[in-house]
Design a protein around this ligand. Structure first.
Ligand code: MTE
Ligand code: MO
Length: 235
């Protein structure tokens, strides 16, 4: 997975402080240096071993194979209206540090880009380049408790999804804010959507507003799953 090329100033910002430091530093909290230090220590054996596990990476495509017209907008409710200045991503559930992140907080986390195939069960696919942050980086920031098995995602249009924790922590599972090297269009889920080469299209929630870490599988599995579609939906 290639890193996004950044202007030099931005690169220095990112390389000189950890993502965690930048975000917590923004809160002006006096305890933040101490917290950064703590977060580098093993905080959770099971999540930690998943993060260290050599996940099988899915081969990516060269950017020359992007199919700009092939990604069809597939939205089942009305496209939500989100004010990017007021937008917050909530991370809660079984975590030691619940988060409420603004777009600029999220853009301080190390950005990554990947070019992958998006596959919709309705019989189409598209090679797309996504840019954003690894979901695992957001989950790590929230200091997850031991024994988490599932992640629930709520979207601003009422869509909802749940994933297994292993897939959620896969290094190619992103919260994307760019599509094909441009800011993510509203119709494709701006400001933040899931993107991953390991799951079918309907697992990849657009307009994600809330991420909840869970020990138990939720009763409501997902918008399509609750109408009979497969839950794991791996590719
Ligand atoms: N919030 C939300 N996320 C969603 C959907 C939706 O209707 N609402 N549709 C899903 C389906 S079936 C697919 S194939 C992809 C389509 O993404 P796109 O509209 O960016 O092409 O989004 C998925 N995520
Ligand atoms: Mo889909």
């Amino acid at each position: 997975m290639s890193k996004i090329l950044l202007p030099r100033r931005r690169f220095l910002e990112i390389s000189s402080l950890s993502s965690l430091g930048l975000i917590l530093g923004g809160c002006g909290a006096p305890w933040f240096e101490q917290e950064i230090f703590k977060a580098t220590e093993p905080f959770n054996q099971s999540i930690e071993s998943l993060l260290l596990n050599p996940n099988k990476l899915i081969a990516e495509f060269p950017t020359s194979s992007i199919e700009p017209e092939a990604l069809l907008v597939n939205t089942f409710n009305a496209t939500p209206k989100i004010d990017p200045n007021k937008f917050r991503l909530t991370v809660d559930g079984q975590v030691n540090r619940p988060l409420s992140l603004s777009i600029s907080d999220i853009q301080k986390i190390e950005p990554v880009r990947m070019t992958i195939r998006h596959v919709c069960v309705e019989g189409w696919s598209a090679i797309v380049s996504w840019g954003g942050v690894r979901l695992r980086d957001i989950i790590t920031l929230a200091l997850p408790k031991d024994g988490i098995n599932y992640v629930n995602f709520k979207s601003a249009d009422g869509y909802y999804e749940s994933w297994d924790i292993v897939s959620a922590l896969h290094p190619q599972t992103l919260l994307a804010y760019e599509k094909n090297n441009l800011p993510l269009p509203i119709d494709n889920g701006a400001p933040l959507r899931l993107a991953s080469p390991i799951k079918l299209g309907y697992k990849q929630s657009k307009w994600v507003t809330q991420i909840t870490l869970l020990k138990e599988k939720p009763k409501a599995l997902g918008y399509w799953e609750d109408q009979g579609y497969e839950w794991f939906a791996g590719l």
